[in-house]
Design a protein around this ligand. Sequence first.
Ligand code: ADP
Length: 322
Amino acid sequence: MRPTQPRLHIGNYEGALRNWVDLQNKGFEMFCMVADWHALTTMFEETDQIGQNSIGVAKDFIAAGIDPDKSAIFVQSHVKEHAELHLLFSMVTPLGWLERTPTYKEKRDAMGGAEREPYGLLGYPVLQTSDILLYRPYGVPVGRDQAPHLEIGNDIGQRFNRLYGQDIFPTYKYLIPEDETRAKLPGLDMRKMSKSYDNCIYLADTADETAKKIKSAYTTPSKIKKDDPGIPESCAVCQYLKVYSPNWQTQWEEDRQGLRGCMMNKTECTEAINEYFRPMRELRASLDDNDVREILRQGAEKASAVASQTMIEVRKAMGLLA
Ligand code: ADP
């Protein structure tokens, strides 16, 4: 997760973090990373908040249920092996693979051309591949939008294995939520929920902030009167009901038949979201910055122990002098 803001939104939670917690609780060894170097690809001009944001994101991990005694919670820049593997992978990755990445094209156009586009933006999937393959994982739990990057990662790992005749890197699985609503949670305006669209509900929002946001959320455009039929598939509020309300099926059916108005949906949706996130919000508010720093220090140690072992094998495979 990139610390471009001091908090995560519920799209980050549904697409990735909720799965992290489930996998941890099933006994998987988890490496939960705050990707501060990755945040620099788009916010290199305003970096003063990155450190504090990293603490905020780590707080969200812990609030959501990541247990620092079971899982490594760490900041990317604290584990220098990420930079070393990135450099080595950058030597073996064909440029064409990177230029074809769909998110790269989008971001490059937004940056305003080659004179302004940072070198690091193109290499983003190479750094992400290093983040993943250093831990030689079984799988990577992410939201749907990350799938193209993960494909490149497996290609780079397999290319490395072939080039140096070693089986160092596994082919990992993409662990994307099966439910499409969760894999790509819509924002308040029905576009993908994303910090850059200003359409987010944050895990750390208060109950009142959540209520205010849901009031302004996009609903079925043709449902003007209370008894007009709704189309739950195209209504942000109904999408959230599906994720957070135990009675969503009845609520959707009534919406479709015009038996309930948007206000009722919004009230029940606010209650369901606030109910679901209340314990996480309380836990998050009780976390102390210095305790979180210590958790991140210990997490980096745990991650380094695994990452440094991978690097020994990588250097050896390439024939670098030990
Ligand atoms: P953002 O898109 O808000 O900048 P990041 O790129 O830092 O968020 O994504 C962090 C994780 O959250 C990734 O695994 C990504 O797939 C997931 N994610 C981001 N937005 C959503 C969303 N709207 N629905 C589901 N997963 C999401």
